[in-house]
Design a protein around this ligand. Structure first.
Ligand code: BGC
Length: 469
C-alpha cells in the first residue's frame, strides 16, 4: 500500500493542474473580456475569441419537413448524410462514414474537395437520389469568417488538418467548384456551418430553450444566440431579425494571454510539439486531441521523480516508451479507465498491458495513474464550465439549455459533473441552465439550417408575390 506521504507527494506534484477558486475567477473575467472584445468592431482584431457571425438567424420550430443532404468535415472521419425531416421534431437519417487518411489531411484544398465531391457523388447514386437536386448543409468545423450563410473564408486549420491553398479561400466556392467538376452531380449547397451551430440547432429542434451549442471532442468550441443590437460588426440589413448565432471559436482563447495563470510546462510542451504552435491554446488544455498527451507528459515526469512505478521492474522500459512514443496514451483511455472502481484495476491494467506490455501492475500504480488522468479531465471540465458560465450569463435568459456533443463529453462518465461543478458556481443566481446531449448535431443540424434557409426563402418569395398582386 502507498503510504499517505507518497500520496500527499503526488497530490502536491499535481497541484499546479488543480485550479484554485481565484484562478477560476480570473479565467472567468479574462474570458468575458475577450467575448466583449470579439463582439466589438474596433476591438475584434485584438480579441482571441473572434466571435464569428454565422448568419444563422432563424431557428427550428420542430415542424420542418423534407429531404436534405449534409456533409460533416471536422474530425477524424468525414460523413455524408441523407436526412428526412418529418415534422413533430422527428427525423430519419442514413449516414455513410468515409475515412480521412493522412493523405487527405495534408493534401491540397483542390484534392480534398475533389475527394469530398467524389464521396458525395457515390453516396447520392447509392441512395438513388442523384436526380433530386437536394439542398445541402455543410458542417465545416474550423474557424471561418462568414459573409453570408453559404460563404465562409477559412481562417486557419485546427485539430491536425493542414491542407495547402485553402486558408483565405472561400470554402463554399471550393466545394461548389469540386461539385461542378463532376458531370451529373447536381447539389444545391445552401449553408456552411460550424459543428457547434449544428449542435445548437439540433437541440433547439427538440427544445426551443436551447441557446448555446458546445463541442468537447477532438477540438473544443461553443456558440450562442446573441441579440443583433450587441453585434457591432453585423451589417444593418441583417438587423431586421432579433438574434443571430455567434461562433465564439473559444479554442483560440489564451492566444492573448487569458490562460497564462493556468498554463503549465506540460501545456507548453504540448503546444511546442503541435503543428500549430501558439494557436488554439485553450483547446490544447481541454480537448480530446491533447488530453492523452498531457497525461503522457505528466506520467513521464512523475516516473522520473519516483512518484509512480518506483518499485516496478519495467521502470526503465516504461520511461523509454513514454519518452519516445508521443501519443502513446490516447484520450480514449482517460474515459475507459474512469469506470474502473479499483477492486482489481482490470481496466487500468489493460491499458498498462497495451501501452507498456506490463502484466500484473501494482495496485498503487494503477490508483496513481487513474488519479493523474482524473486531474487532467477535471481541469478540462472545470475550465469549460467556467467559460460556459460566461455564455449563460451573457445570454441572460432565465433558463438556458446548452446543447452538447463530442466524444469527450459523451464517453467520460464524470465530464458532465465536472462542468456542472463550476457552472453551479459561476452562473448568475437569477439564471437556470441545463445540458442536453445532441442527437447528431453535425448531421441533423446541417439539415435543419438548410431547412430554415429554405423556409425563409419560400416565405420571402410568397411575400414578394403578394406585394406584386
Ligand atoms: C475548431 C472549431 C470546432 C471545434 C470542435 C476547433 O478546433 O476551430 O471550429 O467547432 O474544433 O470541432
Amino acid at each position: 500500500m502507498s503510504t499517505t506521504s507518497e500520496l500527499t507527494r503526488l497530490r502536491e506534484f499535481l497541484n499546479e493542474l488543480i485550479p484554485s477558486e481565484d484562478q477560476l475567477v480570473r479565467l472567468y473575467q479574462n474570458f468575458c473580456a475577450q467575448i466583449r472584445k470579439g463582439l466589438g468592431s474596433k476591438t475584434n482584431k485584438d480579441a482571441s475569441t473572434k466571435c464569428y457571425l454565422t448568419y444563422v438567424q432563424d431557428f427550428p420550430t420542430g415542424n420542418e419537413t423534407g429531404k436534405y443532404l449534409a456533409l460533416d468535415l471536422g474530425g477524424s472521419k468525414f460523413r455524408v448524410l441523407l436526412i428526412h425531416l418529418k415534422g413533430d421534431s422527428e427525423a430519419e437519417q442514413i449516414t455513410k462514414i468515409y475515412d480521412l487518411t493522412e493523405r487527405e489531411l495534408h493534401s491540397t484544398g483542390v484534392e480534398l474537395f475533389d475527394y469530398i465531391a467524389k464521396c458525395l457523388h457515390e453516396f447520392v447514386c447509392e441512395q438513388k437520389v442523384d436526380n433530386e437536386h437536394m439542398p445541402l448543409g455543410f458542417t465545416f468545423s474550423f474557424p471561418c469568417v462568414q459573409t453570408g450563410l453559404s460563404r465562409a473564408t477559412l481562417v486557419r486549420w485546427t485539430k491536425g488538418f493542414n491542407c495547402s491553398d485553402t486558408v483565405g479561400e472561400d470554402i463554399g466556392l471550393m466545394l461548389k467548384a469540386a461539385i461542378a467538376r463532376r458531370p451529373g452531380l447536381r447539389i444545391d449547397m445552401v449553408a456552411i456551418l460550424n459543428d457547434t451551430t449544428g449542435t445548437q440547432m439540433s437541440c433547439a429542434h427538440r427544445n426551443p430553450s436551447c441557446n448555446i451549442g458546445l463541442i468537447v471532442g477532438t477540438g473544443c468550441n461553443a456558440c450562442y444566440t446573441e441579440k443583433v443590437e450587441n453585434c457591432e460588426r453585423l451589417d444593418s440589413k441583417y438587423k431586421d431579425k432579433p438574434k443571430i448565432i455567434i461562433n465564439v471559436e473559444w479554442g483560440a482563447f489564451g492566444e492573448k494571454g487569458g490562460v497564462d495563470h493556468l498554463f503549465t510546462d506540460y501545456d507548453r510542451t504540448v503546444d511546442q510539439n503541435s503543428i500549430n504552435r501558439g494557436s488554439q491554446i485553450f483547446e490544447k488544455m481541454v480537448s480530446g486531441m491533447y488530453m492523452g498527451e498531457l497525461v503522457r507528459l505528466i506520467l513521464l515526469r512523475a516516473v522520473n521523480e519516483n512518484l509512480v512505478f518506483a518499485q516496478c521492474k519495467l521502470r526503465k522500459h516504461i520511461t523509454d516508451i513514454l519518452t519516445k512514443k508521443p501519443h502513446c496514451i490516447e484520450t480514449k483511455v482517460l474515459s475507459d479507465i474512469a469506470n474502473d472502481r479499483g477492486d482489481d484495476w482490470p481496466l487500468v491494467k489493460d491499458v498498462f498491458k497495451q501501452v507498456f506490455n506490463l502484466n500484473n501492475a501494482d495496485p498503487d500504480d494503477c490508483m496513481k495513474f487513474k488519479f493523474i488522468c482524473d486531474v487532467v479531465v477535471k481541469r478540462s471540465g472545470n475550465m469549460i464550465g467556467v467559460t460556459l458560465s460566461g455564455l449563460v450569463n451573457k445570454v441572460g435568459e432565465s433558463f438556458s439549455v446548452i446543447g452538447v456533443d463530442g466524444t469527450v463529453y459523451r464517453c467520460h462518465p464524470n465530464f458532465d459533473g465536472y462542468m456542472r461543478e463550476t457552472l453551479d458556481r459561476f452562473v448568475d443566481k437569477d439564471y437556470k441552465y441545463d445540458m442536453m446531449l445532441s442527437e447528431d448535431g453535425s448531421g441533423r443540424g446541417a439539415a435543419l439550417v438548410a431547412a430554415v434557409v429554405h423556409r425563409d426563402y419560400m416565405e420571402r418569395k410568397s411575400l414578394n408575390a403578394k406585394l406584386r398582386q
